[in-house]
Every structure is written in C-alpha cells, then in structure tokens.
Design a protein. Structure first.
Ligand code: NAI
Length: 668
C-alpha cells in the first residue's frame, strides 16, 4: 500500500466519522489540472478507499478542491505532446479509465464537490463519482472544452455524460465545448445538488455520504435517443448542424464523436472502449496538435504581463466616444471596471453609452447586474474623472495634431503611475508622444473592431516608451480578458500590416476579373473565418483604402476600391460595397456550376501567400519578439485558420512535408 499521507498534489485524510476527504491542491500550480502525478496519486487514493471500504474503516469518499478558484480545469494539456504513437495514447488513457472504473465500483458513496471551473477530465472524474454537488456561484462553470483542442472527452466522459444527461443534452455540450452554469447542469442531470456557497459543500457532502446518495441515470425520453433507430436520426441532425459551423476536413473531432455515438451509444461498455480507440488518432492528428499549440500561444500571450506587478487597474477613462471608444469603455465595464467616457460631443457620449446595453444584456443574466454595469459607465464630457483613472485611453479622430494637443492638455492631470495610451491604428507612438513632458509614458493599446468579438489587443512600444509602461499595458489587457501582444511602433503594427497585402492581393484579382464569391470561398476552404472581399466590406472600404495608403500598398491608377469609396459605397456599414448587404449579410451569387474543390484549395493557398510573406518580414524586422508570438497575433487578430497553427508555423510545416530530402554533395 502506498502512503497516502505523503501525496504532493492531494491531501488525504479520514475524519472521525470515517469519511475520507481527497483534497486536490496541485503543488506549485494556481489551478488543478489532471497531469501524470495527480493521476498516479489519485490511484493511491482509490486503492486506500478500496481497502477502507473492505475493512469498514472508510464509509464514504469526498473529492473537493483545495484551490480557492476552481475544482479541476481538465487534463494537463502540457503533457499531451509526450505521447507520440497510438499505442502509448491508448495505454495511458486506458490506465486512467481503469482508475475511474474502480472509483465508480466502490461500494461506499463517492461524492464530488464542485466550485469554479469543472472542465474536461475534471468533469469526467466527477461523472465517475456517485453524487455531484456544485455551487450556484457565477464562477462555477461546467463543460467539455476538448473539441476546442481537436479532441473529445477521452476519460469515458462521452459515455458517462450521455448516461447521466441523455444524448440530446450531452452531445451538444461536447460538440460545442461550451461551458454551462451549475443550475443548467443540474437541469440536465450532470449535477445532483446545488450548494448556496463553497462553505456549504463539506456539510452537504457529509450528508450525501450519510444518506448513501446515488445519482440516477437519465431515464424516460432522455434515455430514448440512445436507442436505435432514434440514434440514427439524432446523429444525422447533429452532423448537419455541426457541418454548418465547421468543416470536417479542418476539424474532424466533432464528426468522430457523432460517429462514436451513432455506432456505440447503445452499449455502455462497448462505447467506453470505442471512445479510447477513436480518441487516439485525433490526439496525434495535425488539427489537435495545432489547436494545442494555439492554446499554448494564448498562455504565452497572457504571460507577457509581468507577474507580481503592483499595478491593479480598476478605473479607466476613455476619451472619444465614437465607434471604438464607446465599445472599449463598454467592454472594460463588462469586465468589472468603472469607466468614465469623454467626448467633445456629448450626444456621442449618450449614444455610445446607450449602445452598450446590448453587450451588458449578453454578458449579464440579471437585471441588477446589468443596472450595476450601467452605473459603472459614467458620462464625463469635461474629463472630470481623469485624475482617478488607472488607465487613460485616447480614441479620438485619427489626426496627429488633435491627438498631440489632447495628450498635452491631460498630461498634468493624470494620477501618478496611471497608464497613458492611444488607440491609434496608424500614427507612430513617438510622434504622438513628442510634445509630452514625459514621452516615455505613452503606449499604444490598439483594439480591433468589433471590440467585443476580437480577442487580440496590440500593446505598442514606441522608441522612447518605458518597459514598465508596456508591462502595465499588458496587465490591463489581461485584466479585461483579452490577449495582449507587444508590437514595436511601425506602420500597420502587426495585424493591419499582414492583412493589407492579403486583402489588396484579393482585390487585384477582382480587378483582373476573378469571381468575388470564388475568392471568398477559396479563403474559407483554406480555413479563414471569412473571405478577403467580404472582410474588406466588413471592415469598411474607406478604412481599407486608408490603411492601404499608409502602408503604401493601395492600388495605383483607377481602381474599384477608390471608385466605390468616392461613390459612398463603404461596404457593410453603408449597405453596399463589393457585395450588397441585407440584414447584416452579404448577398452572394450562386455559381452556375459548383467551384472545383481542387481549384478552391489551390486558390486559397495562393490568397494567403502575401499574408505569410508579410509575417516573415515582421519576424525578420523583429517587430514582434518571436515567430510564435507573430503566429499568435495573426490567429487572434485575424482569425487565421487556428487548426493550421499560425502563418509561420504553417509555412515551416508545409515546406517540411513537401520538400524532398536534400541530396548530399560529394564534398560533405
Ligand atoms: P470616430 O470618428 O468614430 O470617433 C471619434 C470620436 O472622437 C468622435 O465621437 C469625436 O467627437 C471625438 N473627438 C474628436 N476629437 C476629440 C477631442 N479632442 N476630445 C474628445 N473627443 C474628441 O473614430 P473611431 O473609428 O472610433 O476611431 C478612433 C480611434 O481609434 C482612431 O485613432 C482610429 O485610428 C482608431 N481605431 C479605429 C478602428 C476602427 O475600426 N474604426 C480600429 C482600431 C483603431
């Protein structure tokens, strides 16, 4: 018997009533992930509980987290790459599944107590327990995010979630990777009991053990979808719904999950084994590897905010309540900050604040939460709140002199240590900072439009900017749940610079008479979220023309872009650009004969070529610190096909797989 008193990631104890408590508190980590050591220690806990059940020294086992913030965030993604062949994957997963089976078979009651994130492997562990209690807290979120990593649940979560919730609820949860609240999970049958707060968990768990509570599998109509022929119909519907969102050749895992369900969901034990067999190739496939890379890149971006910084942004002041300023203010408020919004035009402030209602309705469930958000967004036409702000962001018109004058006029009013930032998309930071008494203070904090949708924010370092200010800028961006990317002040920064040649290239093809629908479809075939022509219309053709000029990439001579801008056809916002827009959607003409698949593939690859070439230049000019961070910025700032791992990674990988081995010369 291993010593359960010497565990490093768990604390194990048996109380005077004979209840065993397994407290998961991973050593040296802020969150609990089920890595190799915690799983080995879990096996020791199970072994000890089996022995205690046999000799009646243990009458129940309770799993609870020792972390303040969450139960378990899932399996440890950092260890996935160590498995390099299918046999290894199958062996290592089968071992864990063996532990969970033993847990489930324990004759004493086994209870899981959840507060905060309970995701992926964490939820699978909980599903192998006999009774599940979760806090009603807003912070408690339950889900299977595996599909976002190109996988599906592999610790028999597919089988157990379908058993508990029925396929009609469990399959969409796994297929979308969305997180649900404890109340919704209880409605589905994944959770058995709700606790008012984390403080109630131990007491409720004790009661559940004393009463020998055991959760019941989904019964009645919820169990029906598992049976044939209902299963075939459900699978068909799930397949067509999934195909509307992603392409099978890009993201195979949801389709393999539907196959698994369709073929095996009638047989509990058979499906368990089939799950492992279907999981292994996905784990080793390119899509999952690249999506795991994207996950690591996102962590890398967050890590750009220095640790242990005393700077904690609570209040922001935004100047300019136009398209960007109002949405930046609204987003910061939605993330819990108090924000004052200033503009020379007070009507703009009223309009900008009013426009945030939509965001708050989406973000907050209850009326008091929405009212509180509205109360945190303060109209400030005279800038009276500027001296209270931890972060001041300028988002006024894109004119150097206007920006310089504004910064000169506010510099003396700032709180010491406050971040001073501009949202400029094209002017050099050092030019804006030139007239300041302390030019080293100014940074760029460049958001993308629409603010609520795009996760990337470029943090721009001017030639004189102090490193500490850049660090604080990153801390602010992380605090509002966005990914910061440090970029040197240079034309177009990163995202606009790589997008411009891609979009201009596509427009040149249009000039040459190529079909706009075909161009857009080809880009989507490559994996872009929308094609370059539709993107140009969405961004605004005036904005495109302007960026093109700044980067000296605009077409010379008469061209359709200039003509349309002159005619007021600005794209989506004016109702017509390259496309005519109806109800927020472009009207696309159907081709007479469907586009040829190979042709689309070839064209798609050609279309992204200028983007990749520009990303290479950005790397060579050291505008961004590393190739990995460039890939991260392009993925999160443009939506560049995440399953391809980023433009530079894609190119390197593509070359490696296409180029024949070099022949050695005689001299070597
Ligand atoms: P906008 O024209 O919609 O809004 C500018 C607002 O600033 C107006 O409401 C105007 O009344 C106000 N304003 C002008 N001078 C002012 C002053 N001295 N003091 C206070 N308020 C003043 O402009 P938009 O599109 O929101 O752009 C703002 C900034 O954000 C620009 O620097 C732009 O380059 C940048 N940006 C714009 C993006 C976009 O897609 N529109 C994307 C990323 C950055």
């Amino acid at each position: 018997m291993h010593d359960v008193n010497a565990l490093r990631d768990w604390r194990f104890s048996i109380d005077p009533q004979g209840i065993a408590w397994a407290v998961f508190d991973r050593e040296g980590e802020s969150q609990n992930a089920l890595g190799r050591r915690p799983l080995e220690e879990l096996a020791m806990i199970i072994e000890r509980a089996e022995q205690g059940a046999r000799d009646h020294s243990i009458r129940g086992l309770v799993f609870i987290s020792g972390k303040e913030k969450g139960f378990i965030v899932g399996a440890d993604v950092r260890e996935f790459d160590e498995l390099t062949d299918e046999r290894q994957v199958i062996d290592s997963i089968s071992q864990v599944n063996g532990y969970l089976d033993r847990l489930e078979r324990l004759e004493i009651p086994v209870v899981a107590c959840m507060h905060g994130f309970c995701l992926g492997g964490g939820l699978e562990l909980a599903l192998a327990c006999h009774w599940r209690i979760a806090t009603r807290d807003e912070a408690t979120r339950i889900g299977f995010p595996e599909v976002k990593l190109g996988l599906f649940p592999g610790f028999n979560g597919t089988v157990r979630s379908i058993r508990q919730a029925g396929a009609l609820a469990a399959m969409p949860l796994m297929l979308t990777g969305s997180f649900i609240r404890a109340t919704a999970a209880r409605g589905m049958g994944l959770i058995d009991e709700l606790a008012p707060s984390p403080l109630n968990l131990p007491w409720m768990a004790r009661k559940a053990v004393q009463r020998g509570r055991r959760s019941k599998p989904a019964g009645g109509w919820r169990a029906l979808a598992r049976l044939w022929p209902a299963r075939g119909l459900v699978a068909k519907r799930l397949r067509s719904e999934t195909a509307k969102k992603v392409r099978e050749e890009h993201y195979p895992s949801p389709f393999r999950l539907i196959d698994l369900f369709e073929t095996h969901a009638g047989n509990f034990d058979g499906m368990k084994l089939a799950e492992t067999r279907a999981f292994a190739p996905l784990m080793l496939g390119a899509t999952s590897k690249n999506l795991r890379r994207v996950f690591r890149l996102s962590e890398m971006m967050k890590a750009q905010a220095p640790k242990g910084l005393a700077f904690k942004p609570l209040r922001a002041h935004v100047i300019g309540a136009g398209v960007m300023g109002a949405d930046i203010a609204g987003w910061c408020v939605a993330c819990g900050m108090e924000v004052s919004l200033q503009d020379v035009n007070s009507e703009q402030i009223t309009k900008g604040i009013g426009a945030q209602k939509k965001l708050f309705t989406r973000k907050f469930r209850t009326r008091p939460q929405r009212d509180a958000a509205m109360a945190r967004l303060i109209a400030d036409p005279t800038g009276a709140h500027i001296s209270r702000a931890d972060v001041v962001i300028e988002a006024i018109v894109e004119k150097l002199e206007a920006k310089q004058n504004l910064f000169k006029s506010i510099e003396g009013k700032l709180k010491p240590g406050a971040v001073l930032a501009t949202n400029t998309s094209s002017i050099m930071i050092e030019e804006i900072a030139a007239p300041l008494a302390d030019p080293g203070r100014l940074i760029g904090i460049h958001f993308f439009n629409p603010v609520a949708q795009l996760p990337l924010v470029e943090v721009i370092r001017g030639t004189q900017t102090r490193e500490q200010e850049v660090g604080k800028g990153c801390a602010f961006v992380t605090a509002i749940d966005k990914f910061p990317l440090i970029v040197k002040s240079s034309p177009g920064f990163l995202v606009n610079r790589v997008l411009a040649p891609y979009m201009m290239g596509a427009m040149q093809r249009l000039e040459r008479g190529e079909h706009k629908e075909k161009i857009d479809e080809a880009a989507r075939t490559f994996g872009m979220p929308m094609g370059p022509i539709e993107l140009a219309d969405t961004v605004g053709l005036d904005v495109c023309a302007n960026v093109g000029k700044i980067l000296k990439m605009a077409p010379s001579g008469p061209n359709r872009l200039e003509e349309m801008v002159a005619a007021g056809k600005l794209g989506k916002k004016s109702g017509e650009g390259f496309y005519v827009w109806k109800d927020g959607k472009p009207e696309k003409a159907q081709p007479e004969t469907p586009f040829d698949a190979l042709e689309l593939e070839r064209l798609g690859r050609e279309l992204v070529d200028p983007l990749i070439a520009e990303a290479r230049k950005v790397r060579d000019e050291k505008i961004v610190e590393s190739a990995d961070l460039i890939d991260a910025g392009v993925i999160f700032g443009t939506g560049f096909a995440p399953f391809r791992g980023g433009p530079l990674h894609f190119e390197a990988h593509e070359e490696k797989s296409n180029v024949a081995p070099l022949r050695r010369t005689a001299a070597e």
